[in-house]
Design a protein around this ligand. Structure first.
Ligand code: CP
Length: 333
């Protein structure tokens, strides 16, 4: 059976921690003169991106290449989708070339699940509409775990006791949905901080009892940030608005009431870290001083993206048990 990664909901806490621990082994690879391992030599990874991306697409490509896989990038503008081919017809044609993994990003929430049911190779969700972005949540958990000095090595409650505020356009955020599930599974408490119109009714129940107990909704920034360990800011996702009525009067007002500045960051714990999945909109959801400040770990998140996606690709192709053995020989001396 292919080891897909469509949703964080499909992983239990111990599987998440196994991926994080496996990714942790690759964190120091950047300091090696030669960053190439051989674990996926001869394998083929197709990055099929129907939406724009800088971080996710590049880091999957680098991750595949660092494991010696062949990485092929396809975007909707340069593919036959632009000529009217459907997603499933595209998938059939790619399948006919026998890839080992298809990494897919699509504006349709459910696209990755649909592909996973249709093709024989492993499918990894690189963001599907407003649904999920599971590898973002995994790299975020890895970033938090390291920044907060949490134990590695299989502890399924490795984020227990931490308070994480997710602030901004939660309604349209696949990053928020994957993070709510992932953080709750690892024992953290989550505050969703936004105006009423940017928080979907019932979102605290997406992970059932586990998220109902761990998620709190707050409509004032100061209360939302009060004493938190982690502040995760989200961009306003105008591209998902789709002609609907505006959810807030204007961007400037939202920025004034829910934007993160050095003043509002003062409500969080003194050692709180600031995260953002990117792309950031400077001066909108967070000030340049905060984005470039000492508490921001935004670029560390990007670095973790490569390490965690290497682990996710190995899981997809080999399974983590086999991958552990394969890499004993593969890590450079
Ligand atoms: N975080 C993230 O998904 O960024 P990209 O859209 O650049 O891939």
């Amino acid at each position: 059976m292919p080891r897909h990664l469509v949703s964080i909901a499909d992983l239990d806490a111990s599987e998440i921690v196994r991926i994080l621990d496996h990714g942790d082994r690759y964190w120091d690879l950047v300091n090696e003169p030669i960053k190439k391992l051989t674990a996926l030599r001869g394998r083929t990874v197709i990055n099929l991106f129907f939406e724009n991306s800088t971080r996710t697409r590049t880091s999957f490509e680098i991750a595949a290449k660092r494991l010696s896989a062949e990485a092929i990038n396809i975007s909707s503008s340069g593919s036959s989708v632009a000529k009217g081919e459907t997603l499933l017809d595209t998938a059939d044609n790619l399948q006919a070339m026998h890839p080992d993994v298809i990494v897919v990003r699509h504006s349709f929430g459910g696209a990755a699940a649909m592909l996973a049911q249709h093709v024989r190779c492993a499918v990894i969700n690189a963001g599907d509409g407003q649904h999920e972005h599971p590898t973002q949540a995994l790299l975020d958990a890895a970033t938090i775990r390291r920044a907060k000095g949490r134990p590695l090595g299989g502890d399924p409650r490795s984020l227990a006791g931490l308070e994480v505020a997710i602030v901004g356009d939660i309604a349209r955020s696949r990053v928020a949905r994957s993070n709510i599930l992932c953080l709750a599974k690892l024992g953290a408490r989550v505050r969703l901080v936004a105006p009423l119109t940017l928080i979907p009714r019932g979102i605290e129940l997406i992970g059932g009892e586990q998220t109902r107990e761990r998620v709190r909704i707050v409509h004032r920034l100061e209360e939302g940030l009060d004493g938190v360990d982690v502040v995760m800011m989200l961009r306003i996702q105008h591209e998902r608005g789709g002609g609907e009525a505006p959810r807030f009067p204007n961007t400037r007002e939202l920025s004034r009431t829910f934007g993160l500045s050095e003043r509002t960051l003062g409500f969080a714990k003194p050692d709180a870290i600031v995260m953002h999945p990117g792309p950031i909109n400077r001066g909108v959801e967070l000030s340049p001083q905060v984005a470039d400040g000492p508490r921001a770990v935004i670029l560390q998140q990007v670095s973790w993206g490569v390490a965690i996606r290497m682990a996710v690709l190995e899981r997809a192709v080999l399974g983590l048990d086999a991958a552990t053995v394969a890499n004993v020989d593969a890590v450079p001396a």
